[in-house]
Design a protein around this ligand. Structure first.
Ligand SMILES: Cc1cc2nc3c(=O)[nH]c(=O)nc-3n(C[C@H](O)[C@H](O)[C@H](O)COP(=O)(O)O)c2cc1C
Length: 183
């Protein structure tokens, strides 16, 4: 799969087949995360793989009432993306590493979705409890959970619901229309 094809077809997947992830697939997803670029090459991330059903249920319990709860409960695997806030670009870096994993997974026929848990103001208390459950040291931040699995349904994306390019890109100065001609 070409990169642009992966980018243009990849969507959030929240329903998975009831089967574990192939070990080699999981390794490849994690490698895609490991090999990501980062500010000053500090690699301020850590990935916690959660395949244990009891632990997935424990995380889902912390999300009780939120739409993410049943997704986490039924996911074959979740990867907690943890980052070190002493690194200036740690959130950007965590996002990039998650994107690498998501796209590498997509190429393997594996869907994924960020699971941020309860909305504010309950998000921070949830994160604190998730820290305890996953044994994350206080000096590190749980950025997000990403669930992965083989999609329950085959989803064909014809057109993504996204803002138009003219709305989100300018030339020279903010708001100055970008005109792209034919090449
Ligand atoms: C940073 C981030 C956080 C997200 N958090 C959640 C979430 O908590 N729950 C959820 O169901 N989807 C979550 N998503 C998935 C987005 O809602 C989804 O990608 C977006 O609505 C676009 O839909 P599409 O991927 O189907 O095109 C998140 C995505 C990102 C990038």
């Amino acid at each position: 799969m070409h990169v642009f094809q992966a980018v243009s077809t990849n969507i959030a997947v929240r329903e998975f087949q009831d089967r574990p992830l192939n070990e080699e697939h999981l390794r490849q997803i994690l490698e895609a995360g490991r090999l990501c670029q980062s500010g000053k090459n500090l690699q301020p991330w850590h990935f916690i793989v959660v395949r244990d059903k009891q632990l997935l249920n424990g995380l889902a319990d912390l999300m009780r009432g939120d739409l993410d709860e049943p997704v986490v409960r039924k996911a074959p695997v979740a990867i907690a993306i943890v980052s070190d806030p002493t690194s200036e670009f740690h959130v950007l870096d965590a996002g990039r590493t998650a994107q690498n994993m998501t796209l590498a997974a997509w190429e393997l026929g594996i869907g994924s979705c960020f699971m941020s848990g309860p909305e504010q103001p309950d998000r921070e208390p949830y994160r604190e409890k998730a820290h305890d459950l996953l044994g994350i040291p206080d000096r590190l931040n749980l950025v997000d959970l990403v669930v992965f699995g083989y999609p329950k349904r085959r989803t064909v994306v014809r057109r993504k619901k996204r803002k138009e390019l003219q709305e989100i890109a300018s030339e020279k100065r903010y708001g100055n229309p970008l005109v792209l001609g034919e090449s």
